[in-house]
Design a protein around this ligand. Structure first.
Ligand code: MSP
Length: 522
């Protein structure tokens, strides 16, 4: 832990029985870039991810696998840890909802909610009977009016998931009494839901009136037992959302981590789970007398080569396969650069290769390679001493120095694509500067000027590499190594320093290789 201002960021916890795919990798990479940015900016970051392990869906998968639910979860949860490592995710904690600490936290929030009255003075939780539709795939209840007709004519959830009719005793959360409280909260916190379009959807949904929510199930037992009535298990979303509190030490509200990090600064979620995070979650928290997170940001969905990704369509994209083919940083860069954060986008191999060979290899890779090789061969591998700066040098350095402030603005949204665009504008400026200054000529005509030009370029690359770290951490580290920058000099505070002339640089090795399509098998 550092002394900086705290920043608590979470991914959703992934359904443990899923096979990790592009969509999961995307949510994790986006959070990771933001977490890394904040750490480099001196913030005291807690970055949480993990697996969602209870509920009917997981119980069914365990049964299909012929395993006891916990044994099943123990095996498959590892798949997400592996994905996390593969994508170079710098999470501080990996939570599993089957952990004892989490069961304790879930029961505690239940008791806190049940122990308080609703704004209308009624019990927040009451026993009743649920009779309605349930989609196991979404682990969500749906009203008749929300259902749509599938291609086969059967009723479906709006997500396309199959629904089943459920009738069973259930505890209800008095969500209807929280309508005004929620609307007042959205009003007072205009940035709570982002992007704006999602906020509008949520506000109109809540304005339309809220039904009480079934928060326990009795027809299966794979879940957190309801305190005082173990015939019921808690509705998996109430348990799952609570993971964000568990990681801070809740129910110990005196715990250092709770005091430091709650309320969370940002929950990053996919657009499909906005209602859970922006309606149910703040209502549960208000009912429990706890603070509501500062922000929920909903990102869009990827299609693959123009189609919805699915195993049955054969276009399921596993992160492992992507990383093996393109390299982890190229995949991270592509995901964050290709589409505005919050919008939907299409993942196509053509687009990935276009970014790799364009932005990465041709622009940034080439810049680094040209400059570092010239320092090697023209300056004996030592950073040259700059002389008096000309306007062109001042301009390039000024645009590099202006990057941090711009990146901060973009990352506050967060708008990863714009942050990257801004950084790459300076990559472009630097490449143009090389072409204009022609150091290969200066070498013969004016070695003092050559030193100034190469120093200016090296210093610009230092800025670029430091700022690129959150997005392409492995490659940025390689580049910083090639500039002989010690590990303690790589955070944003170090941007205020400058390279020391005379520093010996190692022999350059290429960063961001071009992607060459393997020849088709004969
Ligand atoms: N377990 C719940 C979350 C509970 S949080 C308290 C869940 N898990 S999930 O594994 O289904 O989804 C996790 C994340 O992956 C979601 O944010 C979801 O939007 C995202 N994606 C799943 N498929 C996706 C795409 N095709 N594209 C982009 N993201 C998508 O929901």
């Amino acid at each position: 832990m550092t002394g900086g201002k705290p920043f608590y960021i979470t991914t959703p916890i992934y359904y443990v029985n899923d096979s990790p795919h592009l969509g999961h990798a995307y949510t994790s990479v986006a959070c990771d870039a933001l977490a890394r940015f904040m750490r480099l900016d001196g913030r005291n970051v807690l970055f949480l991810t993990g697996t969602d392990e209870h509920g009917q869906k997981v119980a069914k998968s365990a049964r299909d696998a012929g395993l006891a639910p916990l044994e099943f979860c123990d095996r498959v949860s590892q798949n997400f840890r592996t994905m996390t490592k593969l994508m170079d995710i710098s999470n501080d904690q990996f939570i599993r909802t089957t952990e004892e600490r989490h069961v304790k936290a879930s029961q505690a929030i239940w008791q806190a909610i049940a122990g308080n009255k609703s704004p209308k003075g009624r019990d927040n939780i009451y026993l009743g009977k649920y009779a309605g539709w349930y989609a196991v795939r979404d682990e969500a209840f749906y009203g008749e009016d929300e259902l749509v007709k599938g291609a086969d004519g059967a009723k479906r959830a709006p997500s396309g998931a199959e629904v089943e009719w459920v009738e069973e005793p259930s505890y209800f959360f008095r969500l209807s009494d929280w309508q005004d409280g929620l609307l007042a909260y959205y009003d007072a916190h205009p940035d709570f839901i982002a992007p704006k379009s999602r906020r509008n959807e949520v506000v109109s949904f809540v304005k339309g009136g809220l039904n009480d929510l079934s928060v326990s199930r009795t027809s299966f037992d794979w879940g957190v037992p309801v305190p005082g009535n173990p015939k019921h298990v808690m509705y998996v979303w109430l348990d799952a959302l609570t993971n964000y509190l568990t990681a801070t030490g809740y129910p110990d509200t005196q715990a250092a981590a709770y005091k430091t990090f709650w309320p969370a600064d940002i929950h990053v979620v996919g657009k499909d789970i906005v209602r859970f995070h922006c309606v149910y979650w703040p209502a549960f928290l208000m009912a429990a007398g706890l603070e509501v997170p500062r922000r929920v940001f909903a990102h869009g969905w990827w299609t693959v080569e123009g189609h919805k990704m699915s195993k049955s369509l054969g276009n399921f994209v596993a992160p492992q396969q992507l990383v093996e083919q393109y390299g982890v940083d190229a995949v991270r860069y592509f995901m964050l650069r290709e589409l505005p954060f919050g919008s939907d986008g299409d993942f196509s191999r053509r687009a990935v290769v276009g970014r790799i060979n364009g932005d990465l290899a041709n622009d940034f890779g080439n810049l680094a390679q040209r400059v570092l090789s010239m320092i090697q061969s023209y300056c004996g591998g030592k950073l040259p001493e700059p002389g008096a700066l000309k306007a062109a040098d001042e301009n390039l350095l000024a645009s590099a120095r202006a990057l941090l402030a711009k990146a901060r603005t973009e990352m506050a949204e967060p708008a990863f694509h714009r942050a990257l665009e801004t950084i790459w504008q300076v990559v472009g400026d630097a490449n143009r500067y090389v072409d204009e200054q022609t150091p290969w000529t200066l070498r013969k005509t004016d070695t003092a000027r050559l030193g100034t030009v190469l120093y200016t370029l090296a210093e610009t690359i230092r800025h670029l590499a430091i700022l690129a770290q959150p997005f392409v951490p492995e490659t940025a580290a390689k580049l910083l190594n090639q500039l002989s920058i010690p590990p303690g000099q790589r955070d944003f505070a170090a941007l205020a320093t400058a390279l020391i002339p005379g520093t010996v640089l190692p022999k350059p090795v290429g960063i961001f290789p071009r992607y060459v399509e393997a020849a088709a098998a004969p």
